[in-house]
Design a protein around this ligand. Structure first.
Ligand SMILES: Cc1cc2nc3c(=O)[nH]c(=O)nc-3n(C[C@H](O)[C@H](O)[C@H](O)COP(=O)(O)O)c2cc1C
Length: 168
């Protein structure tokens, strides 16, 4: 798919077929993830692609949406706030690094014809526990990965002029 077609095709998908995610698609997605920029190239992230059904059930016990349970795979992005670059004021840049690498995964998945949906509205301590993630690592975001069985409704965006101002 052409880049702008991928960007236009990406939507949050909240309904999945149970067809598995092809391994070659996962390999291409992994490469796209590995090419993501990060502050000082520290790459303070690591993904877990959970195919294991018992582990997926545990994740779905923490974030209980039925559509997450339908998906044949769940991607979790882990971040390490201790090692990431810190802003001059001392604030860890980890949310930015995570946002970029996760969106690489999301857009690569879209290019593969797969649906995704960013998920952050879960109890982080509980998610870390079910995934056996220990500090300084933490589960920053989750997404289902799979083929959509729903068509998302049309969505309103702010106008281009409102979000993108050119200063001459
Ligand atoms: C950082 C972030 C966190 C999100 N967390 C959730 C979530 O926990 N649950 C959910 O259903 N959608 C979540 N979303 C999806 C947004 O609701 C969605 O991106 C937004 O409504 C725009 O719709 P679209 O993705 O279809 O363009 C999240 C999106 C982002 C970027």
């Amino acid at each position: 798919m052409e880049f702008y077609d991928v960007v236009k095709a990406r939507r949050s998908i909240r309904g999945y077929k149970n067809d598995p995610v092809p391994e070659d698609a996962l390999k291409r997605i992994a490469e796209a993830v590995s090419l993501a920029p990060s502050a000082c190239n520290i790459q303070p992230f690591s993904f877990r692609i959970v195919l294991n059904s018992a582990m997926r059930r545990k994740i779905c016990g923490v974030y209980t949406a039925p559509w997450l349970a339908e998906a044949p795979a769940i991607a979790v992005v882990l971040g390490n706030a201790d090692v990431c670059w810190k802003r001059l004021e001392g604030e860890p840049i980890i949310p930015v690094d995570i946002g970029i690498v996760m969106e690489h995964l999301v857009l690569a998945a879209t290019a593969e014809g797969l649906g995704t949906c960013w998920i952050c509205a879960y109890d982080v301590a509980k998610m870390n526990k079910v995934l056996n993630i220990l500090p300084p690592w933490s589960a920053y975001a989750v997404t289902p990965l799979g083929y959509a069985n729903v068509q998302p409704d049309k969505i309103q965006r702010k106008s281009v002029d409102e979000v993108f101002k050119i200063i001459k």
